[in-house]
Design a protein around this ligand. Structure first.
Ligand SMILES: C[S@@+](CC[C@H](N)C(=O)[O-])C[C@H]1O[C@@H](n2cnc3c(N)ncnc32)[C@H](O)[C@@H]1O
Length: 202
């Protein structure tokens, strides 16, 4: 079976198509929200790496009274109650652009970004570490006190280092893998809760 056939026969892929969602990723966010109570309606949420839009669709459904800002390198079709920005998280002024849409900052930063994987585990891990560090830099500019960040990464040698970076900023840190994440995939999510700003000595 080819990669694409395998993907299309996957239960969450079929479920997303049947239920009219843009990606199977929506179930990962839904399951992590159910487990950790990430989202309360009325929050200010920044969704990095948002296209094609499964996570943004979920935010639109559960955070209709809040502010939902989504950002991606590639275009995303319109979603009710979501402001989309096309951009690269590595551009210098990315935080000023997102803060124009939510001047008081964000209560939750989500990142489902992963660079194209090469199959070379250590190189993929290093790229993933680089993204996590950048997302944390963005958090340091836009996250409110006691805010949360949920960031995708690849499990491997650098996971402990990444958790340490989280612990320098967040009161509580979890490593989690939702049931809808394919067991063969090394992807995991790091969740930081109770953001208190960067503290190097932690
Ligand atoms: C796995 S997809 C996200 C799926 C999305 N969460 C959903 O629910 O449909 C990862 C996304 O990250 C985006 N991405 C990769 N590098 C990025 C960067 N440097 N800046 C912004 N977006 C990026 C890709 O364009 C891609 O759309």
């Amino acid at each position: 079976m080819s990669w694409i056939q395998r993907r299309r026969s996957e239960p969450y892929y079929k479920k997303a198509r049947t239920e009219g969602f843009r990606s199977r990723a929506i179930y990962k966010l839904k399951q992590m929200d159910e487990k950790f109570e990430l989202i309360q309606n009325g929050m200010r949420i920044l969704d990095l790496g948002s296209s094609p839009g499964g996570w943004s669709q979920y935010c639109s459904m559960v955070n209709g009274d809040g502010i939902n800002v989504a950002l991606d390198l590639t275009l995303m079709g319109r979603i009710k109650d979501v402001h989309f920005l096309r951009g690269d998280i590595f551009h210098d002024d990315i935080w000023s652009k997102v803060l124009e849409l939510s001047p008081e900052g964000f209560d939750l930063v989500l990142s489902d970004i992963l660079m194209h994987t090469s199959g070379d585990r250590s190189r993929d891990q290093a790229n993933s570490y680089f993204i996590v560090k950048r997302v944390l830099d963005i958090c340091d500019r836009v996250l409110t006190r006691n805010g949360k960040a949920l960031v995708k990464t690849l499990q491997g040698d650098l996971t402990e280092e990444m958790k340490k970076e989280f612990k320098k900023r967040f009161g509580r840190v979890h490593l989690t893998k939702p049931p809808s994440s394919l067991p063969r995939s090394p992807e995991v999510y790091i969740l930081g809760e109770y953001y208190s700003g960067f503290q190097a000595d932690r």
